[in-house]
Design a protein around this ligand. Sequence first.
Ligand SMILES: O=c1ccn([C@H]2C[C@H](O)[C@@H](CO)O2)c(=O)[nH]1
Ligand SMILES: [Zn+2]
Length: 135
Amino acid sequence: MSLLDDLFRAASAAREKAYAPYSRFAVGAAVATPGGEIFAGCNVENASYPVGSCAEAGAIAAMIAAGGRRIAAALVVGEGTALVTPCGACRQRLREFAREDTPVHVCGPEGLRRSFTLGELLPLSFGPDNLTNDG
Ligand SMILES: O=c1ccn([C@H]2C[C@H](O)[C@@H](CO)O2)c(=O)[nH]1
Ligand SMILES: [Zn+2]
Protein backbone atom coordinates (compact mmCIF):
# COMPACT_ATOMS: atom_id res chain seq x y z
CA MET A 1 0.00 0.00 0.00
CA SER A 2 1.30 3.43 -0.92
CA LEU A 3 1.67 6.60 1.10
CA LEU A 4 -1.13 8.07 -0.99
CA ASP A 5 -3.44 5.20 -0.01
CA ASP A 6 -2.54 5.61 3.66
CA LEU A 7 -3.16 9.37 3.53
CA PHE A 8 -6.48 8.83 1.75
CA ARG A 9 -7.64 6.28 4.29
CA ALA A 10 -6.66 8.47 7.25
CA ALA A 11 -8.30 11.58 5.79
CA SER A 12 -11.45 9.67 4.84
CA ALA A 13 -11.79 8.23 8.33
CA ALA A 14 -11.40 11.70 9.85
CA ARG A 15 -13.94 13.07 7.36
CA GLU A 16 -16.49 10.56 8.65
CA LYS A 17 -16.16 12.33 12.01
CA ALA A 18 -16.42 15.88 10.67
CA TYR A 19 -18.61 18.24 12.68
CA ALA A 20 -20.25 20.28 9.93
CA PRO A 21 -23.91 20.81 10.87
CA TYR A 22 -24.04 24.27 9.28
CA SER A 23 -22.41 23.81 5.88
CA ARG A 24 -23.15 20.08 5.72
CA PHE A 25 -19.84 19.91 3.88
CA ALA A 26 -17.61 17.31 5.50
CA VAL A 27 -13.88 17.53 4.87
CA GLY A 28 -11.01 15.33 5.99
CA ALA A 29 -7.30 16.04 5.68
CA ALA A 30 -4.11 14.15 6.40
CA VAL A 31 -0.44 15.06 6.46
CA ALA A 32 2.58 12.77 6.34
CA THR A 33 5.89 13.56 8.00
CA PRO A 34 9.19 12.72 6.26
CA GLY A 35 9.39 9.69 8.56
CA GLY A 36 6.05 8.40 7.28
CA GLU A 37 3.90 9.23 10.28
CA ILE A 38 0.38 10.27 9.31
CA PHE A 39 -1.90 12.69 11.12
CA ALA A 40 -5.49 13.46 10.20
CA GLY A 41 -8.13 16.03 10.99
CA CYS A 42 -11.64 17.09 10.03
CA ASN A 43 -13.50 20.36 9.90
CA VAL A 44 -15.07 21.47 13.17
CA GLU A 45 -17.77 24.10 12.74
CA ASN A 46 -19.28 26.36 15.35
CA ALA A 47 -22.60 28.13 15.93
CA SER A 48 -20.47 31.26 15.78
CA TYR A 49 -19.57 30.55 12.18
CA PRO A 50 -16.14 32.24 11.92
CA VAL A 51 -14.88 30.20 14.86
CA GLY A 52 -15.06 26.96 12.87
CA SER A 53 -11.83 25.35 11.74
CA CYS A 54 -10.73 23.51 8.63
CA ALA A 55 -9.71 19.88 8.37
CA GLU A 56 -6.17 20.86 7.43
CA ALA A 57 -5.80 22.87 10.64
CA GLY A 58 -6.81 19.82 12.66
CA ALA A 59 -4.34 17.55 10.87
CA ILE A 60 -1.51 20.03 11.37
CA ALA A 61 -2.39 20.49 15.05
CA ALA A 62 -2.28 16.71 15.56
CA MET A 63 1.14 16.54 13.88
CA ILE A 64 2.55 19.35 16.00
CA ALA A 65 1.16 17.89 19.22
CA ALA A 66 2.92 14.61 18.41
CA GLY A 67 6.23 16.40 17.86
CA GLY A 68 6.19 16.53 14.05
CA ARG A 69 7.65 19.59 12.38
CA ARG A 70 7.72 18.81 8.69
CA ILE A 71 5.06 17.89 6.13
CA ALA A 72 6.27 15.67 3.29
CA ALA A 73 2.83 15.26 1.70
CA ALA A 74 -0.73 16.42 2.35
CA LEU A 75 -4.11 15.19 1.17
CA VAL A 76 -7.65 16.60 1.38
CA VAL A 77 -10.92 14.74 0.89
CA GLY A 78 -13.96 16.84 0.13
CA GLU A 79 -17.28 16.15 -1.53
CA GLY A 80 -19.30 17.27 -4.53
CA THR A 81 -17.99 17.29 -8.07
CA ALA A 82 -15.71 20.33 -7.86
CA LEU A 83 -12.11 20.09 -6.70
CA VAL A 84 -11.87 20.81 -2.97
CA THR A 85 -8.46 22.40 -2.74
CA PRO A 86 -7.30 23.82 0.60
CA CYS A 87 -8.62 27.31 1.30
CA GLY A 88 -6.20 30.23 1.22
CA ALA A 89 -5.62 30.20 4.96
CA CYS A 90 -4.84 26.48 4.92
CA ARG A 91 -2.39 26.88 2.04
CA GLN A 92 -0.49 29.24 4.31
CA ARG A 93 -0.83 26.84 7.26
CA LEU A 94 0.70 24.07 5.14
CA ARG A 95 3.43 26.42 3.94
CA GLU A 96 4.76 26.78 7.46
CA PHE A 97 5.81 23.12 7.53
CA ALA A 98 6.16 22.20 3.86
CA ARG A 99 8.15 23.22 0.80
CA GLU A 100 7.25 24.47 -2.65
CA ASP A 101 7.58 20.99 -4.12
CA THR A 102 5.52 19.25 -1.41
CA PRO A 103 2.63 17.35 -2.98
CA VAL A 104 -0.93 18.27 -2.04
CA HIS A 105 -3.37 15.60 -3.20
CA VAL A 106 -6.99 16.59 -3.75
CA CYS A 107 -9.57 13.82 -3.47
CA GLY A 108 -13.27 13.15 -3.59
CA PRO A 109 -14.89 10.36 -1.59
CA GLU A 110 -14.11 7.99 -4.48
CA GLY A 111 -10.39 8.73 -4.48
CA LEU A 112 -7.70 10.93 -6.02
CA ARG A 113 -8.83 13.65 -8.40
CA ARG A 114 -5.71 15.76 -8.86
CA SER A 115 -2.30 16.37 -7.35
CA PHE A 116 -0.61 19.75 -7.02
CA THR A 117 2.56 21.04 -5.46
CA LEU A 118 2.17 23.54 -2.66
CA GLY A 119 4.04 26.01 -4.88
CA GLU A 120 1.31 25.72 -7.49
CA LEU A 121 -1.37 26.40 -4.91
CA LEU A 122 0.51 29.18 -3.15
CA PRO A 123 3.05 30.78 -5.50
CA LEU A 124 5.51 33.41 -4.34
CA SER A 125 4.62 32.58 -0.77
CA PHE A 126 5.73 34.17 2.45
CA GLY A 127 7.22 31.67 4.87
CA PRO A 128 9.51 31.11 7.84
CA ASP A 129 12.59 31.83 5.70
CA ASN A 130 11.43 35.41 5.26
CA LEU A 131 11.87 35.96 8.98
CA THR A 132 15.39 34.60 9.30
CA ASN A 133 17.98 37.30 9.53
CA ASP A 134 21.05 35.43 8.37
CA GLY A 135 21.37 37.19 5.05
O1 LIG B 1 -10.12 22.63 2.13
C1 LIG B 1 -11.11 22.82 2.86
C2 LIG B 1 -12.26 23.49 2.39
C3 LIG B 1 -13.32 23.66 3.27
N1 LIG B 1 -13.26 23.17 4.54
C4 LIG B 1 -14.42 23.30 5.45
C5 LIG B 1 -14.59 24.62 6.13
C6 LIG B 1 -16.09 24.60 6.43
O2 LIG B 1 -16.33 23.88 7.65
C7 LIG B 1 -16.68 23.78 5.29
C8 LIG B 1 -17.32 24.63 4.22
O3 LIG B 1 -16.45 25.61 3.78
O4 LIG B 1 -15.59 23.06 4.72
C9 LIG B 1 -12.14 22.51 4.99
O5 LIG B 1 -12.09 22.04 6.13
N2 LIG B 1 -11.09 22.38 4.14
ZN1 LIG C 1 -8.90 26.07 5.28
